[in-house]
Design a protein around this ligand. Structure first.
Ligand SMILES: O=C(O)CCC(=O)C(=O)O
Length: 265
């Protein structure tokens, strides 16, 4: 099964971002991908945190979700819809949500980012807790018999989330890592999650200079269960495609049966 990670440099214009996402998904399908993933906030890298509130959709409604469902159906893809803001049920804040659509266009899973990013090195500062409400439910879905565990960006730093997905064939990590932290940790963490859980990792990212002045690290990639980077795109818009080979997955787990040697839960 070919899997694709789409890299974007999203800006504040929703229509432009949706058009770019669609074009990249078409490219992924043309390259033979059966599953494609968009990055965190593919629909918006706004000028202010509060832009997310203005764009937030009710679950099951709105132009962003309509675009994802249509693209999945028309292109025949399992589509991991990066993230988009979904209105929280009981507060003014929003959830940072990944919605997954099957090739028939039906929504099969929703995962809300659990760990909210905060960073301040005196030059850059982020605090997602200002507008986001954290999710609390690890979520996996089944794509043609392959289990896929969901996560978002900063979640990558919390290995216990992925341990809960142990046995999955694939981990998905849509992201918008900062340039600073990405340069230091992105590949290291992705390869660690792949090696320790003996599975493939698909990591679509934001990568470049955004209209809001922010710079993201990019390096969207697919990693195999041995920790090898199969495909990577350093910066700018584009698609990376690699083969998820169930035989390779079984071989790694058989040769080094570490998943079966866990002693501490
Ligand atoms: O963990 C990091 O270094 C970056 C995380 C991030 O940018 C995010 O979660 O949006």
């Amino acid at each position: 099964m070919k899997i694709a990670a789409c890299q974007m440099v999203s800006g504040p214009d929703l229509a432009a971002n949706l058009a770019t996402a669609r074009r990249l998904l078409e490219d992924a399908a043309r390259q033979g991908a059966a599953l494609a993933a968009l990055p965190e906030y593919f629909c918006l890298m706004g000028m202010h945190d509060s832009d997310k509130l203005a764009l937030a959709e009710d679950e099951g409604q709105g132009p962003i979700q309509a675009m994802l469902a249509t693209a999945a159906r028309e292109l025949g893809l399992w589509l991991i819809g990066g993230t988009l803001p979904i209105k929280a049920a009981t507060s003014e804040r929003v959830r940072n949500s990944t919605l997954v659509f099957s090739p028939s266009g039906g929504r099969v899973a929703r995962y809300d980012k659990i760990h909210l990013f905060a960073f301040d090195d005196g030059r850059e500062s982020y605090d997602e807790g200002r507008v986001l409400e954290a999710g609390g439910t690890p979520t996996a879905f089944d794509a043609n018999g392959l289990q896929v565990g969901l996560s978002v960006c900063y979640d990558l730093r919390f290995p216990e989330l992925y341990r809960g997905y142990a046995g999955s064939a694939l981990l998905a990590v849509p992201a918008a890592f900062t340039y600073t932290t990405g340069q230091a940790h992105w590949e290291l963490l992705l390869r660690a999650r792949a090696v320790e859980n003996q599975c493939y990792v698909v990591a679509p990212a934001q990568g470049g200079r955004h209209a809001n002045g922010r710079r993201t690290w990019g390096h969207s990639m697919v990693v195999d269960p041995w920790g090898q980077v199969l495909a990577v795109l350093p910066e700018g818009e584009g698609v990376v495609v690699a083969d998820l080979d169930p035989a390779r997955l079984a071989q790694v787990r058989q040769q080094l049966p570490a998943l079966g040697h866990r002693r501490l839960g």
